[in-house]
Design a protein around this ligand. Structure first.
Ligand code: FES
Length: 62
């Protein structure tokens, strides 16, 4: 596995190095939509390519 593949699995938001765990914690602390998760974690505030993945996490945990 290449380092790029490892990063891709480790971070939901690769631009800002945000893991699924950080997003889940944000949801558990009340961020139940993408806008609030952006504010609290900075995920999806660069290229936006991770938005669909974050939406999936919201559906699973919110
Ligand atoms: S991968 Fe999340 S903003 Fe680019």
């Amino acid at each position: 596995m290449t380092s790029r593949e490892i990063k891709s699995k480790l971070f939901v938001c690769r631009c800002n190095k945000i893991t699924e765990k950080v997003i889940m914690e944000s949801i558990l602390n009340g961020s139940n939509n993408l806008s609030l998760i952006k504010i609290s974690t900075k995920a999806s505030t660069s290229c936006g390519g991770c938005e669909p993945e974050i939406e999936k996490i919201i559906l699973r945990f919110a």
